[in-house]
Write a protein that binds this ligand. Structure first.
Ligand SMILES: Nc1ncnc2c1ncn2[C@@H]1O[C@H](COP(=O)(O)OP(=O)(O)O)[C@@H](O)[C@H]1O
Ligand SMILES: O=C(O)[C@@H](O)C(=O)COP(=O)(O)O
Length: 428
């Protein structure tokens, strides 16, 4: 069995997002957390996504971790490599997208890659190299206020040019409109001019199909998860991928249901409100100021969850708060300490409650998911069916239990308003 695609994702929820789209396209997909230290069984797997935490770390760490992931994926025989970053191109002028793409190209001996961040179904599109979120330019979409990677320029050719010494080019919509062959010829002519990175316009799924066809033979492609959905059809057209029935088939789920939310994004706040409206007694709010005073609030949250679980009632523990409350906590404790307190509290609840019988766990927030998955010591996630665009159920074997642990990692901005209740309804 050949491993067709090896992906390197710069965060955990982003990795799951890409894996979800590969499964939807018809590939059997495994997500590994960090570079595996032990052998991984890839016998019935077509694509592997290595989830790193390299989006906001120092550039030298992002480069080293990405190269280690590349080496591991090549050792597994991956035919094509994919560097996955955020559909809103989250990065600073110092890195990390440009430097990571540069070292991956160099390590592969490749002369060019494409940059395709778009995810049209979630409103991320690119036109004339400018990234839009819905009908707003990136720098007017709320992302200009992002605490770690404020995105203040929507012109991706300009943004990427600040991150790499190499020339950056554009494959515009006008080129894509002429089809995959013309797009491929455009990329070749840019490569002849020494252009290593090509930002690609994308308005819709059809553009993604054109881009996937034009780049199927490139050693390295980069982008958001949208391109991932278009790739499997190209692999099939090359004769590399068989038609697989139910590539996202998971085992039956079992065990208590729990939502842990550390995301303060707009979409998550609406999901918390919707859950509380449906289950007025089902939620427990944590706040960093109380957590900083000792264990009392954490113990209350644990007791609350244990009682709800014994009644088999839906349970939500959340630190999600509106911007004023977040700012107040950050002003009192510092941004890092406020986040750390919440992430520690939620991840320790996850560890205790999974040991107490939780078998279906939904985590909201990218950083929060990273903390929870790491605390649980999870090393692999098999990717199942999509709940909403960008968010699938996943499963990992759990020692001492017949049924695996089912886990959904939700990126802050993803998911419909009823996500926290519907997610459990769609899980068999
Ligand atoms: N009430 C709060 N006050 C301050 N920080 C918070 C609060 N609740 C959550 N946080 C922190 O905010 C960050 C949210 O990031 P993340 O989990 O990545 O969510 P998203 O995917 O929405 O960005 C985490 O570090 C979390 O611990
Ligand atoms: O591409 C995307 O938008 C997502 O896959 C993603 O990376 C989101 O990041 P977080 O909001 O930090 O989870």
């Amino acid at each position: 069995m050949t491993l067709l695609l090896g992906a390197i994702a710069d965060d955990f929820t982003g990795a799951t997002d890409l894996a979800n789209n590969l499964v939807r396209g018809g590939m059997r997909c495994l997500q590994v957390i960090g570079v595996p230290q032990e052998a991984v069984d890839l016998r019935d797997i077509d694509a592997v996504v290595v989830a790193l935490k390299s989006r906001s770390c120092p550039v030298q760490d992002a480069v080293a971790d990405s190269l280690a992931a590349l080496e591991w994926l090549r050792a597994q025989g991956a035919r094509q490599l994919f560097f996955k970053y955020c559909s809103t191109f989250d990065s600073t002028d110092e890195g990390n997208i440009g430097p990571v793409a540069d070292v991956l190209l160099e390590a592969l001996g490749a002369s060019q890659t494409v940059m395709v961040p778009a995810f049209p179904v979630n409103g991320r599109t690119v036109y004339q190299g400018h990234l839009f979120v819905g009908d707003r330019l990136l720098n007017d979409s709320g992302m200009q206020h992002h605490p770690l990677n404020p995105m203040q320029d929507a012109d991706l050719v300009r943004v990427l040019s600040r991150q790499t010494p190499h020339a950056v080019g554009l494959a515009s919509r006008q080129v894509l409109a002429n089809g995959a062959e013309a797009t491929g010829a455009h990329l070749s002519s840019l490569a002849e001019q020494g252009i290593r990175h090509v930002i690609c316009d994308t308005l819709d799924e059809q553009d993604l199909d054109v881009l996937a066809e034009a780049t199927v033979l490139l050693p390295l492609i980069t982008g958001g998860s949208g391109l991932g959905q278009a790739l499997p059809a190209q692999y099939r057209a090359q004769g590399w991928l068989a038609t697989i029935a139910e590539p996202g088939r998971l085992a039956s789920a079992a065990g208590g249901a729990l939502v842990l939310s550390g995301s303060c994004s707009r979409a998550t706040l609406a999901q918390v409100a919707d859950f509380l409206a449906k289950h007025p007694d089902g939620g427990f709010a944590l706040d960093p100021l109380s957590l900083s005073e000792g264990d009392k609030q954490w113990e209350q949250a644990l007791a609350f969850a244990l009682q709800r679980l014994s009644l088999q009632a839906p349970t939500l523990i959340y630190a999600s708060a509106d911007p004023d409350n977040v700012k107040a906590a950050q002003a009192a404790l510092g941004v890092a300490q406020a986040g750390h307190l919440v992430e520690t509290a939620l991840s320790q609840l996850a560890v205790t409650l999974v040991n107490e019988g939780v078998g279906r766990l939904l985590v909201a927030g990218g950083e929060t998911s990273g903390a929870v998955v790491s605390a649980l010591g999870i090393t692999t996630l098999r990717i199942g069916e999509q709940i909403d665009p960008g968010v699938p159920w996943t499963q990992t074997p759990w020692p001492g239990r017949e049924a695996p642990l089912s886990l959904a990692l939700k990126s802050g901005n993803f998911g419909g308003v009823d996500f926290f209740t519907r997610a459990f309804e769609v899980l068999a």
